[in-house]
Write a protein that binds this ligand. Sequence first.
Ligand code: GSH
Length: 237
Amino acid sequence: MGSNSSKVTNAKEVTLYFNPVSPFARTAQMVSRTCDVKVNYVEINLMKNEQHEDWFLKLNPKHTVPVLVDDDTVLTETVDICKYLIDNYGIHKEMNPSGETGEKMQKIVDYYYGTLFPSAMKILSPFFAKKPVSDRDLEAVRVQGYEYFNTILGNNDFLFGTKGPTWVDLLVFSGLLQMDIYPLTRKGTHDKVKLWSDRIMAYPFADVHGVFFFVTKFMYVSHWANRIFCCRKALVE
Ligand SMILES: N[C@@H](CCC(=O)N[C@@H](CS)C(=O)NCC(=O)O)C(=O)O
């Protein structure tokens, strides 16, 4: 499987509203890159609250990215967007399997939205607000994120034993990557997750994370600079 960027044969064009720092939007972007459809990518500046502008609220009253517009169809949930893109334009329909594998995927989606992401927000929100993160929250994220998926992967290349990544692999991948914003997540020796991440990163569509990596590095540096500055201030005062 590879990126379709230079091989689109379909004259159809859809629009995907995204932001490069959103793990949900990056998931939709990766999936869109595996499809035979032209995609008009429109960046929504979340820092400038563009998602609260009237024109965007008309598209998505929940003011979140990603949003996919395909003629009269407007989808505002990553899960729906991924499935829709693969089912309607996917070159690799196997990225959205049905049956038993589909059911397993749904369980992971529920876990991701119900458990992992709320935990990740506990360590990411204080980070943006430059507040300390508790060891307990950090440990929860390590166990619920890296450790949990390390166990699920076992000896498989991808989460559900498929030959290539499903869209849920990509969703979880973007979510785990988001946790890296916090420099102390102590990923430890989660070897299976590491190898799985490398496999996903080897696909051309993974370049959608480029801007995010840049932002992460910047935040990492500013995090430590801020800590050093605070320590120096405490010593001097
Ligand atoms: N349930 C949505 C969540 C999307 C979401 O939370 N997006 C965030 C960025 S990561 C957003 O757009 N936040 C802007 C806001 O809430 O105003 C999905 O999975 O698509």
